[in-house]
Design a protein around this ligand. Sequence first.
Ligand code: GDP
Ligand code: IMO
Ligand code: MG
Length: 423
Amino acid sequence: MKVDVLLGLQWGDEGKGKAVDVLTPHYDMVARFQGGPNAGHTLEFEGHKMVLHTIPSGIFRENTKNVIGNGVIIDPYVLGLEIAEASAFTDVKSKLFISQKANLILPTHRLLDHANEAAMGSKKIGSTLKGIGPTYTDKTARKGLRVGDLLTGDFDTKYRQLKASHLRQIECMGFDYSEVRMEGMLFAEYEKAWLEAVERLRNYALVSTEYLINNALSAGQSVLAEGAQGTLLDVDFGTYPYVTSSNTITAGACNGLGVGPSSIGRVFGLFKAYCTRVGTGIFPTELFDETGEYLRQQGHEFGATTKRPRRCGWIDLNLLRYACMLNGVTDLIMMKTDVLNGFETIKACTEYEVAGVRTGEIPYRLDETAVPVYREFEGWKQPLCEGKLDSRLEAYLHFVEQFLGRKTFMVSYGPDRDETLLF
Ligand code: GDP
Ligand code: IMO
Ligand code: MG
């Protein structure tokens, strides 16, 4: 069996949580492979709404194992909160498997995130301030603490050493963290809560998830890998430096789970019928007018993790084609088609004009000099008409499929798991 991958093709928040929840009944295992609690994946079912940050979005279905892979970074306190919340609906403990090789986000990583952003002033990334950049930095610098270290006798010493080195860095930067709050708490209180959460984490299945996954594949079981963030936030191919610190593309599933490229099966590429972005960085099709505001209100475009208003704009097919190439997308999933209900016309960017020349390529540094060229489409009143796609939405989707050279697998027309059409 193969690992199918589901990931975002834009700047995150495409609706990955909902799509994974819908697909989970077809899989034996769902696995997160990168990112950390910067992610906020929303699921709505049976009148409930849950936002998951680290737990895979397959957790609410029966008989599915949920794996937090080695490529993920974990804040034990945030994960503990999530487990407590999700446990109201399901037996999380029996279904959750955590990689011993996943790196830990320390409270001082979060302070460093604050210090780095403050030092960058107007050039700041707009990070979620969850400690993502500093934790991945320590991982690649080979200084990080891993989940497996909880099972060795010297965790406390290692923790104290890494914390002391972080505090020295923060002091050198001249950053005053006395007022910084993490999950509403000042540093000392947060550290205490974090250390208590570390103790609780020891009670979970902390395993070599690379064996768990590969053994499952050998036994004929199916695995769905769930991406976080989106392709345009990838540390190599995204809108650098305004990106996250991990590989969000399909390749990230290989090193984030310990599976070979030949084990990858279908790649589901997810996008909204329009486009959003949180944080700083270029967004060629961003709308600063009342249409942008309408999309924000209609699509409830406020961050699931940070509650920040998301920047909104038209879909950028030029960037989507690039994202399909990078990920080897086999199937398209279009989300939030209902948000465009009632538009007389909608627009889609198909190429850029750079210094008077039209191009379908993404320049090395994508910036304001790339002016989007749009194509207009007739809007639809509602996505579905007598159980079938509205003919205008169908025509739009047909154009997108032709442009991207891939077929549609799913169309979503509402946040609930039932508001979904599968092809
Ligand atoms: P993720 O990070 O990719 O999982 O996406 P988020 O959860 O951050 O943001 C997607 C938002 O859109 C959530 O509030 C979802 O409940 C909601 N959503 C998902 N699919 C649809 C849809 O088809 N229509 C509408 N209106 N909302 C949707
Ligand atoms: P999901 O999985 C949208 C953005 C941040 C910031 C940049 C770097 O819910 O789609 P970081 O905290 O990673 O250092 O922030 O990346 N960002 C996201 N934007 N959705 C996400 O996750 C994001 N995770 C990070 O806003 O611009
Ligand atoms: Mg999100």
